[in-house]
Design a protein around this ligand. Structure first.
Ligand SMILES: Cc1cc2nc3c(=O)[nH]c(=O)nc-3n(C[C@H](O)[C@H](O)[C@H](O)COP(=O)(O)OP(=O)(O)OC[C@H]3O[C@@H](n4cnc5c(N)ncnc54)[C@H](O)[C@@H]3O)c2cc1C
Length: 383
């Protein structure tokens, strides 16, 4: 384990999870190696647009086959059921077993439905964006969103803008919406949401979700529809495989994205706990997923040529939140990801957000045509 002879020859790289991180890794690593890409979905899940989908603005899905066309990548429509790093095998839920030289683990994250009782039975999550959209299209009443992070804010704004005539939209948050923003940024988010008609319930702790709405530490909140968007969790496969993980189940990796316990396994995107000198612990974000995916591919390539991989160099430039289709906020950040005082808001921010969303997908197309094309921001000075 971890002492593979580096011959410079084509290796078999199995990538589990074809989200932003896994897809970027697969495309880039296909420059020199043979790839098998495993995901239960046949189409690419553009997760950063799920709030738009919930509001009934569904884009055209892109088949994974189309996104990898012309590369030495074999997509397999299945779920990874278990991983055995000792025999370098992945067992799939269709009964098949794949053997790898290197594994890229990119299973992402999903809404944590275990925080309080009743979420699974009585609340929608953004993984059910289509069902939520159907429900909102056929009815009227109050829809309550729980969660004051980016996801909850974006969803509340989107629903208020698209369905505000038929649905009263509420946002319930444990503290104030927009925790990571500057004071000016938080104030802008609150006034924008209120301008769209969203009723804010800050500093409210939800104790349970039930058929009639929410029980909170401030009393009952009746609601026809509840959407839980408060926290994310990662699949347990990494921990079950014996990889070293943190208290949230994210695999611990080094600067090359190698598992600290199993160096043949590279973990990228939301499933990894990545710490970069100067930038600290990276966020669960598409802005993290693509660079870590590309960097894992570079590391695999370096190792296969007998070279030591370089540590990831990375920095965030901004935090971007959409507030419906006509408004948004771009919060520039310092190298350590702390918020600057200045913010960009309104239509210019909405346009920049849309441009970034398109850029992510365009980058995958560009990476397919010419692996190595995708670039990300790095600190000016090496840390
Ligand atoms: C509404 C919303 C808006 C967002 N907006 C932004 C934004 O503006 N900017 C930003 O940076 N981030 C944003 N994010 C966060 C971003 O979407 C995630 O951080 C990002 O998707 C993580 O990428 P990933 O590749 O690690 O995982 P994912 O995109 O979650 O992909 C994981 C893949 O693994 C597959 N998978 C899961 N289990 C298995 C299995 N057992 N076997 C095989 N495959 C499996 C899934 O089907 C999926 O395709 C947003 C998130 C949401 C929900």
């Amino acid at each position: 384990m971890g002492n593979m002879t580096d011959t410079g020859q084509k290796q078999h790289v199995v990538v589990v999870g074809a989200g932003y991180a896994g897809m970027t890794a697969a495309l880039r690593v296909s420059r020199r190696h043979r790839v098998t890409l495993v995901d239960p979905k046949e189409c690419f899940a553009e997760r950063i647009r799920l709030h738009e989908r919930a509001a009934g603005r569904a884009g055209t899905p892109i088949a994974l086959r189309e996104l990898v066309a012309g590369r030495d990548i074999t997509p397999v429509t299945a779920k990874a059921a278990s991983i055995d790093p000792d025999t370098r095998t992945v067992r799939l839920d269709n009964g098949a077993t794949l053997t790898y030289d290197r594994l890229v683990y990119a299973l992402g994250s999903s809404t944590d439905t275990t925080r309080v009782p009743g979420i699974t039975e009585h609340a929608y999550t953004l993984e059910q964006a289509r069902e939520l959209s159907d429900r909102l299209a056929h009815g009227t009443g109050t829809v309550t969103i729980v969660g004051g992070g980016t996801t909850g804010i974006e969803l509340a704004a989107e629903l208020a803008e698209s369905a505000g005539a038929t649905w009263r939209v509420r946002l319930v948050t444990g503290s104030k919406p927009g925790g990571g923003l500057s004071a000016a940024g938080r104030a802008y988010v609150c006034s924008s949401l209120e301008g769209l008609g969203v009723r804010l319930h800050p500093h409210t702790r939800v104790r349970a979700v039930h058929g009639g709405g929410l029980s909170t530490d401030r009393g009952e909140l009746a609601s026809d529809v509840v959407v839980w968007a408060a926290a994310f969790t990662v699949p347990s496969l990494a921990a079950e495989a014996g990889l070293r993980v943190d208290e949230r189940g994210r695999a611990l990796v080094d600067g090359a994205m190698r598992s600290l316990s199993h160096p043949d396994v590279f973990v990228v995107g939301d499933a990894a706990r990545v710490t970069v000198p100067g930038a600290g612990e990276l966020r669960m974000a598409c802005a993290t997923a693509m660079p870590t995916g590309a960097h894992a591919a570079e590391s695999i390539e370096a190792l296969s040529r007998g070279r030591e991989p370089r540590p990831l160099r990375f920095r965030y430039l901004a935090q971007c939140i959409s507030l419906g289709r006509r408004d948004g906020i771009i919060q520039p950040v310092r190298t350590d990801d702390s918020a600057h005082r200045l913010v960009i808001t309104g239509r210019p921010a909405a346009r920049i957000n849309e441009w970034i969303n398109r850029y992510t997908l365009n980058s995958l197309h560009a990476e397919r045509r010419r692996p190595g094309t995708y670039r990300w921001a790095k600190p000016l000075l090496p840390s």
